[in-house]
Design a protein around this ligand. Structure first.
Ligand code: ADQ
Length: 479
């Protein structure tokens, strides 16, 4: 069925419609009263350069259950049109916490915890995807471009194409796409593949992700992908869908500028002083998620201390874990596991006023985050699997003195690009421990050589390039 846009005369092919699970705004109830404001960071900052200069609308969920009484959503923020997709408590539980984060998230991250597949949750996923698709079909001007984001909305491209074949539809997956042997577990694998193939361009963080997807279309749908295209049968014969890797970057210049701010530099000094006398500060910064390998690095660090590979008077560690998905069982378990581990390590290896591991379970401001990046000598990024990992890139962009080191899991998308990091296998605690000791013993010139190379990469492949390349490929400016 084809639905016309509400104002079909308003053909504005230059218009960009972004469809993402979350709107780029947050609800704040502070001294100035209850209000909506722009959420800091995130996808909206990433897309900002692309949105400037062309009319754009963002369709997403506010992050609050629709039953809550609160001020209505703003119609626009900084020139960006805002359109909410209200969700009920039941939909949030089944579509978001259930299918998205209990089935798809673990499955797409190598099933590091066991995915749970529940039919009512998939039904809710389909129902909510239909709500997003209907909103985009209603609002997108004739011939315009719609960019759909991430694993929560994989059915939207096909639903939208069925309703509005005039649109140019792009999809980008921010998390890994798993090997077909794993993906094949999913009872609704065919629906997901058909959903994604509704797009003109399907983008992944890495070549491996793109290849896994193409292999799934071959194995599970008997299609015959060739190169970076797969032909999908439709009523006119077939439609060609382009598939590719578009590794996401960060706004490196803004991290660099913050790191040159004297107040933030002073705060970095203060953090080091508050943590006591040591030569090297190891830092971890993550959403508290079982994919991030937080426990792995805590174990390697503490074993390194206990075995004398690392000198306790020389090194210390700060782990910041931002609360995440706290209604999902596996996230409650990982929090308990990590906090038990931190307690044990500090009990065994700490001294009064001098814990081996400083641990914060909280979100920090961007300024404080950059101060931490500036204060830390070694960043530990040890996910068991991660689509990209922006923290690694943010740390590099903040190291304006060209010092410091990144220990980086080979199972992150970032490892494909940040090849001058110390690349580790997070499943190999012995190897990780030895790498920590090697980094601690590395001459500053060697670390600086690596950091210069890392910075070149992060500044060249920044978010602006990501957006421009994706949209140019989708809109046909790139052959
Ligand atoms: P995430 O899994 O959320 O993103 P990541 O890429 O590291 O992981 O981004 C996390 C963001 O949160 C960073 O911008 C970081 O600064 C911020 N952050 C982390 N801890 C914080 C804290 N304590 N306080 C405040 N801010 C904090 C998903 C995929 C990734 C992919 C991104 C983007 O899982 O693989 O890189 O999307 O595509």
């Amino acid at each position: 069925m084809t639905t016309a846009p509400s104002d079909p005369e308003a053909a504005r092919p230059n218009q960009l419609v972004v469809v993402a699970n979350r709107l780029p705004i947050e609800y704040a109830d502070d001294s100035t009263g209850a209000t909506w404001r722009r959420a800091p960071g995130g996808l909206v900052s990433a897309l900002e350069p692309a949105l400037a200069g062309r009319p754009a609308t963002w369709i997403g969920w506010s992050g609050r259950a629709s039953a809550e009484s609160e001020p209505p959503l703003p119609e626009e923020i900084d020139g960006l049109g805002i359109v909410g997709v209200p969700l009920t408590d039941g939909q949030i539980e089944q579509f978001y916490e259930g299918f998205s984060n209990g089935a798809l998230w673990p499955l797409y991250h190598d099933a590091v915890v066991t995915p749970s597949y529940h039919r009512p949750e998939y039904m809710a996923y389909r129902e909510v995807n239909a709500l997003f698709a209907a909103k985009a079909a209603e609002l997108a001007p004739v011939g315009s471009t719609v960019w759909v984001h991430d694993y929560q909305l994989q059915l939207v491209p096909k639903m939208l194409r069925d309703a509005r074949p005039d649109l140019r539809i792009g999809f980008f997956l921010h998390i890994p796409f798993p090997p077909v042997e794993l993906f094949a577990q999913l009872p609704w694998r065919r629906q997901i593949l058909e959903g994604l193939l509704g797009a003109d361009l399907v983008g992944f963080q890495t070549h491996d992700g793109a290849l896994n997807f193409l292999a799934a279309t071959r194995r599970l749908m008997a299609l015959d992908p060739g190169g970076d295209r797969v032909n999908v049968p439709d009523e006119d014969g077939y439609r060609s869908v382009r598939v590719g890797a578009f590794p996401i970057g960060i706004d490196a210049t803004s991290f660099d500028a913050m790191a040159r701010n004297t107040a933030i530099q002073a705060r970095a000094e203060e953090i080091r002083a508050e943590m006591g006398g040591f030569r090297l500060l190891f830092l971890g910064v993550d959403r508290l998620d079982y994919t991030k390998g937080i426990d792995v690095r805590l174990r390697a660090f503490s074993e390194g201390l206990a075995e004398g590979l690392l000198d306790p008077s020389d090194v210390t560690m700060l782990q910041v874990a931002v609360p995440s998905r706290e209604n999902v069982d596996d996230y409650q378990h990982i929090r308990d596991d990590i906090e038990l581990l931190v307690g044990r390590i500090n009990g065994d290896l700490g001294r009064v006023g001098d814990p081996a591991i400083h641990y914060l379970h909280q979100s920090v401001t961007r300024e404080e985050l950059v101060a931490m990046y500036l204060a830390a000598d070694v960043l530990l990024v040890t996910p068991l699997r991660d689509g990209m990992n922006l923290v690694a890139k943010e740390y590099v962009a903040s190291r304006v003195q060209e010092s410091g080191a990144v220990v980086l899991s080979e199972f992150t998308g970032a490892a494909q690009q940040l090849t001058d990091a110390f690349i580790v296998n997070p499943y190999d605690i012995e190897g990780l421990k030895r790498t920590l000791a090697a980094v601690a013993a590395s001459p500053p010139e060697e670390l600086s050589r690596r950091m210069v190379a890392l910075r070149t990469n992060v500044f060249e492949d920044d978010v602006d390039r990501w957006v421009r390349t994706f949209l140019a490929t989708l809109e046909g400016h790139v052959p």
